[in-house]
Structures are given as structure tokens and as C-alpha cells.
Design a protein around this ligand. Structure first.
Ligand code: SF4
Length: 356
């Protein structure tokens, strides 16, 4: 019998660990959907309620592209906000459009409970053993942590590479290699080879370069197309780009809530939902480190990040750090983004000169 073909919409480079996890524990093939493009957003927007946030539309467009590419099983993991309810809606919309598929919705499982994870996957693969799932999950977690660490390094250095595209080339090679690893040991070996390659990649970096931090709603900040490739645009201007909001620092950070509450003391008393508290904490961190500016990105209509904005303004006033706000939806104009980015760049450059 032919293997089933499973897929999950694009989300940064996280399709690699997703592929690893699902193919190893469900005995299925994985379809990597085409990279997110304008077409993905158009497809998603066409069949979405107007008022939903952009991640809903991107995911719906991604599912349609995956189904068109041959997927017959779709996977949903949910999130830390209303994203948890999106799975049911996506499934219904896609079925109403006439697609035939199976929908695995893990929105409601407790990802911090190994028994819950095991039982949920066991439903779809009766031969699944506890040791197989444990080993695979540990490799995937390690993979994500390594990717996040390497991507942080790349963002801070790619603007200064001597050979255009050299960082991307090394990193893509790394991603390709880890797709087939058989053990944590093998993964670690590949990681150390490629991290060294990244560190040895020649750069010309000024002594005191402009430094900008990127924060905001977790889908928008992590999926490059949805933030209009903001990190690349900044790097092209010779800026150190810092973005530590990633899966390792949100989903995998045990005890996150307690620690974050300490970090945001004086600015925020309660958790404001989704990754709003992470946004505030990161802004404080960047301000304390005397970054030249912060860029806050979010999807239009994202309540937790709207709530974060007045607090960000207080941080901006207290630490005298400029913050540029972007809110994206399916109609956002590229020219508008570029113009505002240019003006922000000119302003932080002049400020830096003046403060020398
Ligand atoms: S955090 Fe905001 S934009 Fe992101 S999925 Fe949730 S509500 Fe939508």
C-alpha cells in the first residue's frame, strides 16, 4: 500500500524538524509545501473570513498548496492564542472546497506531557513504540535548538559577509544534511562541523555597527515572507540584526512564564496572551544592551501585540530607544514598508553619529 503523504504549512525553516518527526513516527512521506509567496497569501485570503489575523490566511493558503502538491494528510499543532481554534476552521473550509484529506489536529494536546504526545501519535501508528517516539522527539528538539542558535548567529553576521550568499549556502547545506540523521550523536557532529563553517566564514564587520532588534507576534516574526523579509532588508544595509524570539525561546522554554514575569517587572503585571510578554521582555533586554533601534512586527488585528504596544512606547521613552511599528495584512504595500524602513535607517544612523 502506498504511503500517506503528510504536510504542514511553511513556517521559517521548521519544516525540517517537522518532516523528521512525522516521517519517523508515523511512517508517512512528507510533502514540503512550496515556499510561502504572494500566491499563498492570496489563496488563503480568498477563502478566509476578512477579520482573521494573517497567520490564519497564510496557513490556509499553505494547506491548499500542500494538497495541490499531493498531500492527503494535513497536520496542525495549534499555538498559544486563538491559533488553537484555527485547526477546526481550516479543516471545515478545506472540506467545503471539496478537498479529500485526513486532518490530524494536535491543538489540544499538552506538548509538555510525554504520555499525552505518545497516546496522540499512537492513534495514527499502532506500531509506534515509546522508545521510538522518545528518541525522535529528543532529536527534533535538539535540531530546533541548533537551528535557532545558528540562525541567531547568521542574522548578526550576514550583513557583513564578503561573499554574497555564503552564509545561506552553508546553512542550507546543514539543513539538508540533518534531514537524514539517525542519532543525536550524528546530529551533533554535523552541527559542530557547520557551526564552525559559519564562524569561519569571512566577514568585514565595523567596530561599532548599527544594531537593531526584531520583536513581535511569533508567526510574523518567524516566517520571513510574512514580515516582508525584514531581516534580510536590514542586513543589506549593514546592520546587526538580533532576533531571539524563536521556537526554542517560546515553546521549549520551561518555566518561561515565571521568568518572563520577573523580567518585565515594572512594565507589565499580567501575562497579556500569546507572546506579548516575550515581546516586552525582549524589548527591555535590547534597550538595556543599548541597541540603536527596535522593530516591532505583528499581524493586523493581533490583540496581544496591540496590548504590548503602549508598554513598548514606555520602554522607548524610558531608555530613549526608537521603535518602529509594522502591522501587516494581506493588503500591505511593499513601497510603504521600504519607505518607512529607509527613514528609520536614516534616523538611527544620524543618532548614532550624533552620540559618538
Ligand atoms: S498571536 Fe496574534 S496574529 Fe498570531 S495567531 Fe495569535 S492572534 Fe493571530
Amino acid at each position: 500500500m502506498a504511503k500517506k503523504k503528510i504536510s504542514f504549512p511553511q513556517f521559517g525553516n521548521y519544516c525540517i524538524p517537522f518532516e523528521y518527526l512525522l516521517t519517523n513516527i508515523l511512517n508517512v512521506d512528507y510533502i514540503i509545501p512550496p515556499p510561502t509567496t504572494k500566491k499563498t497569501l492570496e489563496l488563503g485570503s480568498m477563502h478566509s473570513p476578512d477579520f482573521v489575523c494573517a497567520p490564519f490566511k497564510y496557513q490556509l493558503g499553505g494547506y491548499i498548496e500542500a494538497l495541490e502538491a499531493g498531500a492527503d494528510v494535513l497536520f496542525q499543532v495549534g499555538g498559544v492564542c486563538r491559533l488553537c481554534y484555527y485547526g477546526e476552521l481550516h479543516e471545515q473550509i478545506l472540506k467545503d472546497l471539496g478537498y479529500k484529506f485526513e486532518f490530524i489536529n494536535f491543538s489540544n494536546i499538552n506538548i509538555y506531557n510525554p504520555v499525552d504526545i505518545y497516546n496522540s501519535f499512537k492513534k495514527y501508528n499502532s506500531k509506534l513504540s515509546a522508545s521510538n517516539i522518545t528518541v525522535t522527539l529528543l532529536i527534533c528538539i535538539e535540531m530546533v535548538k541548533m537551528m535557532d542558535e545558528m540562525e541567531i548567529f547568521i542574522r548578526e553576521n550576514v550583513g557583513f559577509e564578503i561573499e554574497n550568499g555564503s552564509f545561506d549556502k552553508i546553512y542550507n547545506e546543514f539543513l539538508d544534511k540533518i534531514r537524514q540523521v539517525k542519532s543525536k550523536k550524528e546530529l551533533k557532529k554535523i552541527y559542530s562541523i557547520y557551526y564552525k563553517k559559519l564562524k569561519d566564514n569571512p566577514v568585514i564587520k565595523p567596530k561599532n555597527p548599527l544594531k537593531v532588534g526584531l520583536i513581535g507576534e511569533y508567526y510574523t516574526v518567524m516566517e520571513p515572507f510574512s514580515n516582508h523579509f525584514m531581516e534580510k532588508e536590514l542586513a543589506k544595509k549593514g546592520i546587526v540584526v538580533t532576533r531571539t524570539m524563536n521556537v526554542s525561546n517560546t515553546v521549549f522554554w520551561l518555566g518561561r512564564e515565571k521568568e518572563l514575569k520577573k523580567k518585565v517587572k515594572g512594565y507589565l503585571k499580567y501575562d497579556i496572551g500569546a507572546t506579548g510578554i516575550d515581546t516586552i521582555s525582549e524589548a527591555i533586554e535590547l534597550a538595556k544592551k543599548k541597541y540603536d533601534g527596535i522593530i516591532h512586527v505583528k499581524s493586523f488585528g493581533c490583540t496581544p501585540e496591540i496590548d504590548a504596544m503602549p508598554v513598548l512606547q514606555n520602554i522607548s521613552n524610558d531608555y530613549k530607544i526608537p521603535i518602529l511599528y509594522f502591522s501587516f495584512d494581506s493588503q500591505t504595500s511593499e513601497t510603504g514598508i521600504q519607505t518607512r524602513l529607509e527613514a528609520f535607517y536614516d534616523m538611527i544612523t544620524m543618532r548614532k553619529e550624533k552620540n559618538k
